[in-house]
Design a binder for this molecule. Structure first.
Ligand SMILES: [Zn+2]
Length: 214
């Protein structure tokens, strides 16, 4: 990874394009060199592929931004992604009721809007600013889809959506149509507070609830 980083920084430079072939020629016989270079993303390096940037060909990548100088062992250690232990993972899943905190899907359940997709839960770190102004890392359960944002190859089933809408009662249909015409859902402050609360890691949810309970 260090050699790959030095090569990218010195020979390619920010904003420039490199190819897989170039990487292989520069590092002959080093297995998984592509993966080592991908690992740099954990250190703040921004490297775009053709799926991030349509101007790139399939074999091209662009070094958008040089991140942590991983060749400096002190800087590398300070920035190393902290791993999540099996015990922490279990505790977080249990605290979140084995559900994605963003969309509420449970592990192994299928998505309501895409019944052929089965949810896979993972635990990740979220930086939370606590009421006293400190920031800390807390663990949170998310499904793969919410973690990645909406999948690029997701197929939306309009028929299903239309039949779901047809199943709503008249009041809800009228409300939905108003939202559609307005181009946004009129979220009330209550809705916004609920959504923000549900997105918190378990420990922060507890803290906020306890504050309200007095
Ligand atoms: Zn989700």
């Amino acid at each position: 990874m260090v050699r790959g980083a030095l090569w990218l920084a010195r020979e390619i430079g920010e904003g420039h394009i490199f190819t897989k072939e170039q990487v292989r020629r520069t590092f002959p016989g080093i297995s998984q060199i592509d993966r080592r270079i991908r690992d740099l993303r954990d250190y703040g390096w921004v490297i775009h592929t053709s799926s991030d940037d349509a101007r790139l060909r399939i074999d091209e990548q662009r070094l958008v931004k040089i991140g942590v100088p991983v060749w400096d062992s002190k800087a590398r250690r300070a920035a190393a992604p902290k791993s999540i232990s099996a015990k922490e993972r279990q505790a977080t899943l249990a605290a979140d009721d084995y559900q994605c905190v963003v969309c509420g899907v449970a592990g192994g359940e299928s998505y309501p809007d895409s019944p052929s997709d089965t949810a896979v839960l993972s635990v990740s770190r979220r930086t939370v600013q606590t009421p006293d102004g400190e920031t800390e890392d807390q663990l949170v359960t998310e499904c793969k889809r919410c973690r990645a944002g909406v999948a690029k190859d997701e197929v939306v089933d309009l028929d299903r959506l239309l039949s779901d809408i047809a199943g709503l009662d008249d009041t809800d249909q009228a409300r939905l149509l108003r939202w559609m015409r307005r181009g946004r859902r009129g979220a009330t402050p209550l809705d916004r507070a609920w959504t923000a609360y549900m997105r918190l890691p378990a420990r922060s949810r507890d803290e906020v609830r306890k504050k309200l309970e007095g």
